[in-house]
Design a protein around this ligand. Sequence first.
Ligand code: BG6
Length: 369
Amino acid sequence: DKGGWPSFMAKEVSEEPEAVANTLRGRMRDGQVVIPELDGLDGLFAGITRIIVIACGTAAYAGMVGKYALEQWTRVPVDVELAHEFRYRDPVIGADTLVVSISQSGETMDTLMAVKYARERGAKTLSICNTQGATIPRESDAIVYTHAGPEVAVASTKAFVAQITALYLLALHIGRVRGSLSPTEAAQQVLELEAIPDKITRILHLEQARIEQFAAWMADTRSVLFLGRHVGYPIALEGALKLKEISYIHAEGFAAGELKHGPIALIEPGQPVFVIVPSPRESALLHSKVVSNIQEIRARGARVIAVAEEGDAAVLPFADEVLRIPLAGPLFEPLLAVVPLHIFAMGLATAKGLDVDQPRNLAKSVTVE
Ligand code: BG6
């Protein structure tokens, strides 16, 4: 039931605040993270020396975002790998490895095979999954469910923000179990997480209509590039994936620092480029680097669409369009910056008259390898 929305995707984007809130619910007590499903499982986290996150598609981009928080709060090195690549390259894993899989459906065959393989090789496995009782969580040593609710549109939206939320909860939990994070530090991050649902709602209220109108103006565009740095990088990849998936427009995401090593050759007059701009308050250095990337592409005629924090005036002279997100700590910006990109992809595909829920050639859950 679309509940009055024109598409399941529209409904699911509108549910992004609840997807985060429901994934947090019941997992915080007195300012600390408490994950009931992980009760008695501290042993899974005690002796590990590395974490490998495996997933496919949008879930893999959630994993890339999660890496920053996992490393920062647990001080355990983290690799993020596409499940189908991991499985076939004889990875170096063992009892000291925690393999965290991420899957909305819990049935993606590539991810399932990688989890089974990791288990056979003696690694510990933890599943982040949105579907109760699905195969991947059943094959794993531990489960942290996302509570995004059923996701029907093929292109994942609310599950993505829920996956990042679950990874952050997990990172805080492991950080506390291993003692790499103090209760005070953990409590600060919990406050940031709790504030996210209202901030997403604010984006939907203040920016959705404007972004949809802007996306409709861009319906004839043939190619869109996305640039991001640090946690903005996986968001650039996700923005590009969503646009390809549902609007069939060529789209590519790049690490902003990589621009001069190749992608800048693609910039010609009129080329639309989305740039995820880090907060100037939280990371002045990263911010200034991304602003200089914007100047470089603008000088070559790019049409710059900046996704920037409210009040960031530094981007104004160089951006053709600024999509605003509320203020948040640096690790939390991805949960906000992705929302305008989801709205944009949906708005553009809708303007082209496409079926945003059932894009051609794609399936919601790919149960073959
Ligand atoms: C793809 C879907 O086939 O599978 C994507 O079209 C999704 O939307 C990916 O991100 C992974 O799916 P899952 O269920 O493992 O998260």
